[in-house]
Write a protein that binds this ligand. Structure first.
Ligand SMILES: *[C@@H]1O[C@H](CO)[C@@H](O)[C@H](O)[C@H]1NC(C)=O
Ligand SMILES: *[C@@H]1O[C@H](CO)[C@@H](O)[C@H](O)[C@H]1NC(C)=O
Ligand SMILES: *[C@@H]1O[C@H](CO)[C@@H](O)[C@H](O)[C@H]1NC(C)=O
Ligand SMILES: *[C@@H]1O[C@H](CO)[C@@H](O)[C@H](O)[C@H]1NC(C)=O
Ligand SMILES: *[C@@H]1O[C@H](CO)[C@@H](O)[C@H](O)[C@H]1NC(C)=O
Ligand SMILES: *[C@@H]1O[C@H](CO)[C@@H](O)[C@H](O)[C@H]1NC(C)=O
Ligand SMILES: *[C@@H]1O[C@H](CO)[C@@H](O)[C@H](O)[C@H]1NC(C)=O
Ligand SMILES: *[C@@H]1O[C@H](CO)[C@@H](O)[C@H](O)[C@H]1NC(C)=O
Length: 691
């Protein structure tokens, strides 16, 4: 097909000339529109994925939040999904519940309230969605099943929604069931009733944040069908099932992405954002996670739209998924409508896809085209079947109400793999003669064609360079409000909150507050509360901390550890150097692991005091030394321990223990150590010569 060349555009990627075969794609609303668009979002939590964000210096923190939430600036997200903390490990750490115990209620814990308010401050229309990963133990009414007494979880979740309004003036729009775990039909119906009963009819239920199983139940139970507003599934690989489409309910990919955020991650996200609708008719897509604001050494490093994991330096990276989001988010809003398949939505003949969205008043049109190649858009899951994409010239033929459009604006990205970034490039205006738009598309591009005159590639000066975690490091917890999460700590099991201590000498302290095993999300046996801090690469380190067993509901023992090599759901299997003390029996244990199966030494402690005691652990090469209250308790040469890892503090079981005055010093005295690689992909330290 030959078409008259019209004015060639400014940028060579967008060219109106055409000489080779050029396929025409109609964008026409004559035969009606497709589904309502619900938005694109990010997920903070599931778990503790934003833990390092709040303690960024104010300037960089505001910049980061602008890149995520500010309309027409960066990712400009429509939806923010957060974890409803359940006091249990939920991937990168533990998020605190608003009700650790049945008798306890507090709406200031953690950082999700803060994050939701910052998002609303930038975009008052951002929609909020809450979902639990785990539940405090009492919700099971003595069992490990949250649905034993369904009134308990229903009231607990509704309290969270009410608390959001009462204490933070936050309106929650969507509520989920139980992340990737069992749902209970009776519970979902009761949750709807309890919401309605509390004048929360506006809160819509998304079910069930897992697989497609819920669809059968919806089709078989009209009361359930009434209770559920959105079907939310995870990692659908852009495909849905016919029975789900036939329910007529809006379908969401309510957790997706989970891919390292380099340009391949950007390609994954761009492909999903289009093809989730093209292939699966998903009208909402949410990225796990919103922002990679957790230590890199934890699982799923940098699986966020951008990266901010160095608050002590102020360094952060705006990764390409931010700009891939912008291609859709800056030129659409929830409530717009997709056009119909074949007349604005579909696959491109030579690879890639396009979607068109229309504003509620029918006046504005946004078309997003992606040509992501297979190898440059692989997501972590599910597997991506092979396909090819070629350079191609296309014509968009605007029809129906859009036939009269004479000018549109184009934005484009070329994902590159040579270290250069051409993302969300400066807009160019294109004349549209006779409703025809000619585009030359290369591989790995995203192009937005829109009638909207908004859009901006937000920019701030380069953030400061990244620096390692600072040593020496001191934390006395005096600078925090009660129940806060202190800076740089990454609790993996249990919840450690700042509390005012009874004795004035200690002022604020850090308390492990979970009394009973929560109803876990992880499959593992997470029974040892542990809180990590520092640099995973630390080898030679000296650390000291004051500890006290709770007078009421206290745990038996507490520990101070170095070279802790694991977190996340694998926390139970963490290796390192663990210095446990058990005040009641006046015993210490030195172990290579959190679970105390690999004992190095044990003995009695002669100078243990009632109440507070100071523990010190020095790890230098293969020499370990531990002191209690300044007096040497053990000195030991090791033959096997992880080479490096975090500092850890924690307890021998659930129960109360207090910590204060954490001091970390880099010893770095021994440099003539050699290392060998051992089993389990863990790098173990092996002594070769004496220091
Ligand atoms: C919850 O536990 C209490 C005390 O054990 C018991 O009396 C009650 O029947 C339980 N509720 C349900 C629904 O199992
Ligand atoms: C609460 O938020 C609404 C917007 O959702 C705002 O109009 C109102 O002023 C806020 N109220 C307070 C007390 O801040
Ligand atoms: C609805 O609220 C009333 C009054 O607060 C209460 O008695 C009733 O048990 C509630 N029903 C449900 C299903 O929560
Ligand atoms: C449909 O629901 C009924 C009761 O509500 C249940 O007995 C039956 O097993 C369900 N069937 C399917 C296919 O889920
Ligand atoms: C391109 O972006 C990545 C982050 O996605 C960044 O690390 C890199 O420095 C950027 N390259 C240039 C040349 O700006
Ligand atoms: C697309 O059009 C350009 C001229 O604008 C031409 O050079 C190129 O070969 C065409 N590409 C294809 C794949 O047809
Ligand atoms: C740890 O060491 C590796 C290898 O030297 C380096 O790439 C990485 O950035 C270091 N991580 C931190 C947190 O310093
Ligand atoms: C200890 O547990 C009991 C219930 O077993 C509770 O009443 C009390 O408040 C708890 N005290 C603390 C400090 O947690």
């Amino acid at each position: 097909m030959f078409l008259t060349p019209v004015a060639c555009c400014i940028l060579c990627y967008l060219c109106t000339n055409s000489y080779a075969e050029e396929v025409t794609y109609p964008v026409d609303d004559t035969s009606g529109l497709g589904r309502r668009f619900d938005g694109i979002g990010g997920l903070s939590g599931g778990g503790a994925t934003s833990v390092l964000l709040q303690n960024y210096p104010e300037q960089q923190r505001n910049e980061i939040l602008d890149y995520l939430f500010k309309p027409n600036f960066g990712a400009s997200l429509h939806l923010l999904k957060v974890e409803i903390g359940g006091d249990a490990q939920s991937t990168e750490g533990t998020e605190a519940s608003h009700m650790h115990n049945s008798w306890d209620e507090n709406y200031n814990r953690g950082y999700e309230w803060w994050l939701m308010k910052e998002a609303k401050r930038r975009n008052p229309n951002i929609l909020l969605y809450g979902l639990p990963w785990a539940w405090p133990g009492w919700i099971g009414n003595g069992t490990r099943d949250p649905y034993t007494d369904i009134e308990l979880p229903a009231n607990y979740i509704v309290k969270w929604v009410l608390g959001a309004k009462k204490y933070h003036n936050l309106t929650i729009d969507f509520i989920g069931i139980w992340n990737e775990q069992a749902y209970d039909v009776k519970y979902i119906k009761l949750l709807r009733k309890v919401l309605d009963n509390n004048s929360l009819q506006h809160v819509r239920i998304v079910a069930a944040d897992g697989g497609w199983g819920i669809v059968n139940d919806i089709n078989n139970d009209s009361d359930l069908a009434k209770a559920i507003d959105y079907i939310g599934v995870h990692y659908p690989g852009t495909e849905s099932v016919m029975s789900a489409v036939q329910t007529g309910k809006q379908l969401w990919s309510s957790e997706d992405f989970s891919t390292f955020n380099d340009n391949i991650g950007g390609g994954c996200w761009a492909r999903l954002l289009n093809q989730n609708y093209v292939n699966g008719r998903f009208t909402g897509t949410i990225s796990w996670n919103l922002i990679a604001s957790y230590y890199d050494a934890l699982p799923f490093a940098r699986n966020g739209l951008m990266t901010a994991n160095s608050p002590w330096s102020g360094s952060y990276v705006v990764n390409s998924p931010i700009w891939m989001s912008a291609h859709t988010t800056q030129f659409t809003l929830p409530g717009w409508k997709y056009m119909s398949h074949g007349s604005g939505v579909g696959k491109l003949k030579y690879g890639g896809s396009y979607v068109s969205l229309v504003s509620p008043d029918g006046k504005d049109l946004t078309i997003v085209i992606e040509t992501m190649s297979h190898d440059h858009s692989i997501c972590v899951r599910p597997p991506l079947p092979a396909y090819t994409v070629a350079q191609q010239n296309i014509t968009i033929n605007l029809g129906g109400n859009f036939a009269k459009i004479t000018e549109v604006t184009a934005w484009y990205s070329q994902l590159r793999f040579d270290g250069k970034n051409d993302t969300f490039m400066q807009k160019v205006d294109i004349k549209v003669p006779n409703g025809l738009i000619h585009l030359r598309l290369d591989v790995d591009q995203v192009v937005t064609i829109t009638t909207m005159k908004v859009g901006q590639k937000g920019r701030y000066p380069n953030p400061p360079p990244s620096k390692p975690f600072p040593v020496p490091y001191k934390e006395d917890f005096e600078a925090y409000e009660e129940v806060s999460h202190p800076n740089n700590f990454a609790q993996q099991v249990g919840v450690f909150e700042v509390r005012k201590s009874e004795d004035t000498q200690h002022g604020n302290i850090l308390r492990q507050v979970v009394l009973h095993s929560p109803i876990h999300w992880c499959p593992n046996n997470l029974v040892f509360p542990i809180n990590l801090i520092g640099n995973f690469n630390w080898t030679d380190i000296s650390v000291s901390v004051d500890v006290q067993i709770g007078k009421e509901n206290g745990t038996d023992g507490v520990f101070l550890a170095a070279r802790v090599d694991k977190g996340g759901c694998q926390s139970f299997y963490a290796n390192g150097v663990f210095f446990y003390i058990f005040p009641a029996t006046k015993m210490f244990y030195l172990t290579y692991d959190l679970s105390r199966t690999q004992l190095v030494a044990k003995g009695s402690i002669s100078n243990l005091q009632d109440g507070w005691n100071n523990l010190e652990l020095i790890v230098e090469g293969y020499q370990l030394r531990g002191s209690v209250n300044g007096q040497l308790t053990f000195e030991h040469a090791i033959d096997k321990a992880p080479l490096s890892g975090f500092i850890g503090i924690g307890t021998s079981s659930y129960g109360i223990a207090d910590f204060d005055n954490l001091h970390i010093f880099d010893t770095n005295k021994f440099t003539d150590i050699s290392y060998e690689e051992h089993i389990d992909e863990t790098l173990y330290f092996v002594p070769k010569h004496k220091p």
